[in-house]
Design a protein around this ligand. Structure first.
Ligand code: PLP
Length: 354
């Protein structure tokens, strides 16, 4: 793929200390863009200065939400080299999401090349230590027409954000709340696609959860409001009788790259891993009886974050948070060490950029 270079050279004008960066507040100087038409496919690929887009107010994405996106990270190692974590996983998931939303797919290798070229150009913006450079690929429907149908024109772009911790208190246990009134996704819906509508659907429940002092919603299945599925922006796992359990990929939850990495790390560590339906009642009675010993969230942004409390039907249920030898801590450390080059990358998850 030819990438036209219109980039500007700009050194970071922000403090790259991961402790003060927060998440998704700052963007690097340049972005990648590419346009799609039925005749020419993806063309006009370009790295250009980060700037607002000029869009027709009738663009389909603005009315009917035809959009898919991704989120992945690049890490700086102690020797200065920079690596993407499992980028092909994200490229393939983007294509799965695109198929669900009737949007064109991107060649995985061409997309990976675009990511690498952009990150290489912006290498000075990659924070060290516990920080990372977050990549946000996004595809939107740009045809200007008010009919409900799939667009004949698309814009794909990638922007970059130097980030620290997703949660404001860093690696501290988070509080989560179930929602009785709302559901995130139902069978046959769009739950397994990474598309804006799923996040828009989550906002009201998220607001209610925040008002009760919780950071995230723990979504229950849409049909029976009984089985735990995932959280607003991350998957969730439960250590039941020493086995890490998480909801199966039945079409309603996002297939997380971190979820998959944890499945593999559990195998490496000889820890049982099970994908099965888990009722919220089983979770809560398990916590009370000491059978559910740890609960954690996992995702690119959250990495591995312990859950310290579940609010369900107005009742607070304290969840024990293990020490440094807990499964949660061990998985967190192992994943971070691989991502940051401090442990062997046995599964070839890292793709070197520079
Ligand atoms: C709804 C949802 N579930 C799960 C995840 C975790 O996915 P990943 O580990 O690929 O970041 C995310 C984050 O992208 C998400 O938005």
């Amino acid at each position: 793929m030819e990438i036209i270079d219109r980039a500007v050279n700009k050194n970071p004008d922000i403090d790259l200390d991961p402790r003060t960066l927060g998440f998704g507040k700052y963007f690097t100087a340049n972005m990648f863009t590419s346009r799609w038409t039925p005749d020419q496919g993806w063309q006009n690929s370009c790295i250009e200065p980060y700037a607002p887009f000029s869009m027709d107010p009738a663009s389909l994405v603005l009315h009917y939400g035809q959009e898919v996106f991704e989120g992945l990270k690049a890490f700086r190692h102690e020797d200065g080299s920079i690596h993407l974590f499992r980028p092909e996983y994200n490229c393939e998931r983007l294509n799965r999401s695109a198929r669900r939303l009737c949007m064109p797919e991107l060649n995985v290798q061409a997309n990976l090349e675009a990511m690498k070229r952009l990150v290489e150009l912006e290498q000075d913006w990659v924070p060290g230590g516990e920080g990372a450079l977050y990549l946000r690929p996004n595809m939107i429907a740009t045809e200007a027409v008010l009919g409900v149908r799939s667009s004949t024109e698309y814009l794909y772009y990638i922007i970059l954000s130097p980030v620290g911790s997703y949660f404001k208190d860093g690696w501290k246990p988070v509080k989560i709340a179930t929602s009785q009134d709302f559901v995130r996704a139902c069978k046959g819906g769009m739950g397994e696609a990474k598309t804006a509508g799923n996040y828009a659907a989550s906002l009201l429940a998220q607001k209610t959860a925040s008002e009760s002092g919780c950071e995230q919603v723990l979504w229950l299945d849409a049909q029976e409001r009984r089985y735990v599925e995932e959280m607003g922006g991350m998957n969730v796992m439960f250590v039941v009788d020493g086995v890490v359990c998480t909801a199966p990929l039945g079409g309603t939850i996002l297939s997380g790259g971190t979820r998959d990495s944890i499945r593999i790390l559990c195998e490496d560590h000889g820890v049982g891993f099970e994908e099965r339906q888990l009722a919220i009642d089983e979770v809560l009675s398990g916590v009370a009886e000491g059978r559910v010993t740890e609960i954690f969230a996992c995702g690119t942004a959250a990495v591995v974050t312990p859950v310290g409390m579940i609010l369900h039907k107005g009742q607070q249920h304290e969840v024990p948070v293990g020490g440094p030898e807990s499964i949660t801590s061990t998985l967190y450390r192992t994943l971070c060490d691989i991502q940051r080059g401090r442990a062997e990358d046995r599964h070839n998850w890292l793709v070197r950029v520079v």
